[in-house]
Design a protein around this ligand. Structure first.
Ligand SMILES: Cc1ncc(COP(=O)(O)O)c(C=O)c1O
Length: 390
């Protein structure tokens, strides 16, 4: 199949780097390559670029520059928030409980589990409804003075559901407990105003909004107790040691601004494509269900479960037909497991094996959606036949 015939429908996994982002990064690989910690001209030039990028990222998020800490991506931001805040709150006031949901990204859930297994914290789970949403009242009842940290995903990567983060933040504020949210998916599609959102910490990663891979940021509201988890030099005001990746950081600032410039039109366009896709799939395919919230979801995100379909097989057939999609289950290996997220929101293993995530972006057109809808029913049927034969 010719490359140009392929249809990429996996923007939640990653996005292509925008041309203008590549352009602004290049000088910082070549002529302006200095280390921001060096005292000479080259170092000052790099430092100026770094601080300008910090101001731009802060402005785009409604934060203060001193509240932005650059990292190597969403995973590191989540790790720094969880480990850094939990350890600081334990040191400061002996708090030992961590509250998360059962539908967090592994960057949060695995880190929380390590804090439990190795550092003696207790991880408790805030229930979610059948859409993967937290009811703020449930959280209200669960938090107490032993809670070191609450971490709740803003927009779910697998099922697209949005959590009521501002309401959740108000409860955490009232209880005096820091709230971290993983906004790696949401920042690409929602205008965030951290001055009013009320969270203590928030993770982003550039490659979800047309920036480069391997760079992200953690917002830490001023006054939030947090310890470094990567120690060494005094970079990032001592919170994250290591020479800053200036080209990628400059690229992230550019990508974030670029994305916001057309966010409203793109949201409208993507929402229409998403709704057409959801309607088309549910109309044409028997034993198919939408996963995640029908309305409170990312504008570019459609996700489904198909009974008696194995996600890996489905993705492989779709790939052969020219479509790049993903599932939520632990795939890529020969022995896929049912999706943890789908099981946490009440799907049986027969359904949770068959998750499909279709995420759209700047390159997606109506024609792509129609082409996808024209092939999917037969592909799903082929998977069902294959599973009966086995
Ligand atoms: C919700 C969420 N959190 C964290 C990550 C990890 O981000 P990164 O790939 O930048 O490490 C992802 C990426 O898929 C994600 O979707």
């Amino acid at each position: 199949m010719a490359w140009e015939e392929r249809v990429y429908l996996d923007y939640a996994a990653t996005t292509p780097v925008a041309e203008r982002v590549i352009k602004v990064m290049l000088p910082f690989f070549e002529s302006a390559f200095g280390n921001p910690s060096s005292v000479h001209f080259e170092g000052q030039q790099a430092e100026a670029a770094l601080e300008e990028a910090r101001e731009r990222v802060a402005r785009a998020l409604g934060a203060q520059p001193r509240e932005i800490f650059f990292t190597s991506g969403g995973t590191e931001s989540d790790n720094l928030a969880l480990r850094g805040i939990a350890l600081a709150e334990h040191q400061r006031r002996g708090a030992y409980r961590i509250l998360i949901t059962p539908v967090e990204h592994h960057a949060v859930s695995t880190t929380a589990r390590q804090l439990q297994d190795v550092f003696g914290f207790i991880v408790d789970y805030i229930p979610v409804d059948s859409y993967g949403r937290v009811d703020p009242d449930d959280l209200h009842d669960l938090i107490d003075s032993s809670t070191a940290l609450v971490s709740i995903i803003h927009a779910n990567n697998e099922i697209g559901t949005l959590n009521p983060i501002a309401e959740i933040a108000a409860i955490c504020e009232e209880k005096g407990v820091p709230l971290h949210t993983d906004a790696v998916q949401s920042v690409a599609h929602l205008r965030l105003d951290l001055a009013t959102l009320g969270v203590s910490a928030l993770s982003i990663g550039a490659h979800k909004f047309y920036g480069p891979k391997g760079v992200g940021a953690l917002y830490v509201r001023q006054g939030t107790p947090i310890l470094p988890v990567q120690t060494g030099g005094a970079q990032e005001r001592g919170l994250r040691a290591g020479t800053e990746n200036v080209p990628l950081i400059v690229g992230m600032a550019e990508a974030l601004e670029m994305n916001l410039e057309t966010l409203d039109q793109e949201t409208q366009r993507l929402r229409a494509l998403r709704d057409r896709l959801i309607e088309g799939v549910l109309d044409a395919i028997p034993r198919a269900r939408l996963t995640g919230h029908p309305l409170e979801r990312l504008p570019n995100h459609a996700s489904f479960a198909f009974e008696h379909v194995e996600a890996n097989t489905l993705l492989m057939y779709l790939d052969h037909a020219g479509f790049a999609c993903s599932s939520g289950s632990a795939c890529k290996t020969g022995n896929p497991e049912p999706s943890e997220v789908l099981q946490a929101i009440g799907f049986t293993p027969q359904w949770a094996m068959g998750g499909l995530r279709v995420t759209m972006g700047r390159g997606t057109t109506q024609a792509h959606v129609e082409r996808f809808l024209s092939i999917l029913p037969a592909v799903v049927e082929k998977c069902r036949v294959a599973s009966r034969v086995r």
